[in-house]
Design a protein around this ligand. Structure first.
Ligand SMILES: [Zn+2]
Length: 377
């Protein structure tokens, strides 16, 4: 069995962009690679770079409708109609732009390329920082997402008979992924996200647990605004490892959006990139193929640093990087970069802190009394 780690990127995806005014910056993937290179961490032992192969019509239509794909093709040539709004196209968060289709096909193709590398045994772990478009629905764009690469990647694995544990720690609920597998037990979806009470896409509550054969195989873990690393890791460690042990999947797919980071302009969490570094070794302990994607993250530099940390963790190199020890940032209330890849930790305090912990305890109780009880976990 291969023990290699693949970084999915190429010069051709590097050249494609959303409109300048859009907060979604495709450049983050290239920035991640440049940062890793500058620190001598890109060419980790047993790692290699693989170019994404653009998703084809057959691939895309394993989740999206042909009609929707044809509309994406048409709008990408500048030929728009007022009816396109019905498909979620042409809003501030789903702009229509020249690179829309080539970028979306290449980004989705990157996740498919990763899934195929795992399936043919070329890699045990793959990271597509250009993936993570979990809001796209079969015929609707949403939240900067047009083609749902997470769904396509999971489908590629389930088509090969694999049972997939799909974990999404982006700040937003993975609504498109939920919809794809809501009736299926072939994919156990777990989404940990800022509560839909305060954030788009306004759903992803604890009682959405799947239906039919999929009942109990869709787990939503909403967390309150202001959640810090300690609160996140508490709920994560209470709920996710037992679910992973119970399901014992053949492969793991994980979306890591860096819009979880404190200060992100689109979200309200108070976390640092340390959480990503801390959960990856636990996922790797299962010795199952892992496909990791990027996702949100609207402070490009912090996002790239977080994903660079993800890469070093996937390559088993993370322990070689020192965590900054300076306490100045804590006292000054700043989590500015102190060197290395890890952020300075930030903590929620006072009544905010106790409010977060009581909400988290209530969420744990709800999930334990439904999903956990159903599976006798
Ligand atoms: Zn997000």
């Amino acid at each position: 069995m291969s023990d290699k780690t693949a970084f999915i990127h190429s010069d051709s995806i590097e050249r494609l962009h959303y409109p300048e005014a859009c907060p979604f910056k495709t450049e983050r993937a290239g920035m991640t690679k440049s940062l890793l290179r500058s620190m001598g961490l890109f060419d980790a032992p047993e790692s290699f770079e693989a170019a994404p192969v653009a998703a084809g019509e057959e691939d895309v239509c394993r989740f999206h409708t042909k009609e929707y794909l044809d509309i994406l093709k048409r709008v990408s040539t500048g030929n728009m109609t007022s009816g396109d709004l019905f498909y979620g196209l042409g809003t501030e968060e789903t702009p229509i732009f020249y690179d829309l289709l080539p970028y979306s096909l290449l980004a989705a193709g990157g996740t498919l390329t990763g899934a195929r590398l795992l399936l043919d045994g070329s890699a045990q772990r793959a990271f597509n920082p250009s993936g993570g478009f979990h809001h796209a629905l079969p015929e609707k764009a949403g939240g900067f997402c047009y083609i749902n690469d997470i769904v396509l990647g999971c489908r590629e694995l389930t088509r090969a008979g694999k049972r997939v544990f799909c974990l999404d720690i982006d700040a937003h609920h993975g609504n498109g992924t939920q919809e794809a597998f809501y009736n299926s037990d072939q994919v156990l979806t777990v989404s940990i996200h800022e509560s839909g009470k305060s954030l788009y896409p306004w759903g992803g509550f604890e009682d959405e647990i799947g239906a039919g054969k999929g009942k109990g195989y869709n787990v939503n873990i909403p967390i309150p605004s202001g959640t810090d690393d300690d609160a996140f890791l508490f709920i994560y460690n209470t709920l996710v490892p037992p679910l992973l042990d119970f399901y014992n999947p053949d492969a793991i797919v994980c979306e890591i959006g860096m819009d979880i980071l404190a200060g992100d302009p689109l979200t309200h969490l108070n976390m640092t990139n340390n959480v990503a570094a801390e959960i990856i070794p636990g996922l790797m302990q299962h010795h199952k193929p892992i496909l990791v994607t990027g996702g949100g993250g609207y402070i490009p530099k912090k996002t790239a640093r977080g994903w660079a940390l993800v890469w070093t963790a996937l390559c088993g190199q993370e322990s070689q990087i020192e965590e900054p020890l300076g306490m100045g940032g804590v006292f000054l209330g700043s989590n500015e970069w102190q060197g290395g890849l890890r952020d300075m930790r930030v903590y929620s305090r006072g009544t905010k802190h106790s409010g977060i912990h009581s909400e988290i305890a209530a969420t744990i109780t709800k999930i334990e009394s439904t999903v956990f009880a159903m599976h006798e976990i």
